[in-house]
Write a protein that binds this ligand. Structure first.
Ligand code: HEC
Ligand code: HEC
Length: 236
């Protein structure tokens, strides 16, 4: 087993780091440098084949959705809009995703909505950051309301087996157990039926802030993350 998993781990780690390096090369203003607003250095990498007429420079960029969710978590947005954006008290962002334009979503964050609890974030978030959060907000509506994104490997037994290998190779067993059915940490057999694809994917890719569940997005690439999700669905 170990001679199967260790050679596959390092290349994946490299791919993950390369992807991160590439995405920051494409988006120099992200996270650290709010000064370089508008530098769209090549269109964010993924937008070339996008369907619609998106004005979002990160349209079609899956990493931007993850970055956007991280920014959303880090900036306290969830205090009002909820972890998953589905606040019942304040604005439900799934409604924004379906009813508002990208420009309206962007403007609400950039300028605030005067007379409401929604203040302007223009001094804390760069335009690129705001577009990334816009990517995450609009992704809420991706599958027409069924609860987020689609797993490309849904129900594929071979990919599930591959997912288990990635799970073992990354030490997930230490907390969730070899069979995923931890009694001290999160029992993934419960998640298998209770959690949406998006919740599972995000938990692995961006972590669950404030808990022992850290982000694995820089060491497990998107496909392998979906493979793990596919395996989790098989836990009974
Ligand atoms: C103190 C509570 C509060 C916080 C914190 C907050 N919001 Fe809001 N937000 C609101 C309210 C209330 C509205 C609805 C305003 C209105 O009536 O149109 C809103 C509206 C929005 C919209 C409306 C889009 C539309 O037109 O459909 C977006 C997007 C949004 N917020 C994103 C965010 C993001 C991202 C953050 C963090 C950077 C954030 N909000 C932080 C309370 C909050
Ligand atoms: C240090 C312990 C620890 C390790 C290591 C760890 N997890 Fe977690 N994980 C947790 C905890 C604690 C939670 C519950 C967080 C919460 O309270 O929502 C969690 C939550 C999750 C969830 C969300 C489940 C849901 O229903 O919301 C998934 C999926 C998950 N972990 C998968 C993984 C995978 C895959 C790995 C390895 C790449 C991993 N975990 C490594 C502790 C860990």
């Amino acid at each position: 087993m170990s001679d199967m998993t260790s050679p596959s781990f390092s290349p994946r780690l490299l791919i993950g780091l390369t992807a991160l390096a590439l995405s920051s090369a494409c988006a120099p203003a992200a996270l650290t440098d709010p000064g370089t607003i508008g530098a769209d250095g090549g269109g964010g990498g993924g937008g070339a084949d996008g369907g619609g007429e998106s004005i979002n420079p990160f349209d079609g960029d899956a990493q931007a959705i993850l970055d956007g969710k991280q920014l959303y978590d880090d900036n306290g947005c969830k205090n009002c809009h909820g972890d998953d954006g589905r606040s019942a008290t304040f604005k439900d962002l799934l409604v924004s995703a379906t009813d508002s334009t990208e420009q309206q979503i962007f403007d609400a964050m950039k300028d605030g909505v005067p007379g409401t609890a929604m203040v302007s974030y223009s001094s804390t978030l760069s335009d690129d950051d705001i577009w990334k959060i816009t990517s995450w907000v609009t992704s809420l509506a991706d599958d027409g309301g069924g609860g987020g994104v689609t797993n490309p490997f849904e129900g594929d037994a071979t990919e599930a087996t591959a997912g288990k290998v990635v799970y073992d190779a990354n030490g997930c067993t230490n907390c969730h157990g070899a069979d995923g059915k931890s009694t001290s940490f999160k029992d993934l057999s419960v998640s298998a039926t209770a959690a949406s694809n998006e919740v599972l994917f995000d938990a692995i890719a961006v972590g669950v802030p404030g808990t022992a569940m850290v982000a694995y997005g820089s060491q497990i690439d998107e496909d392998d993350t979906w493979r793990i999700v596919t395996w989790i669905r098989t836990i009974e």
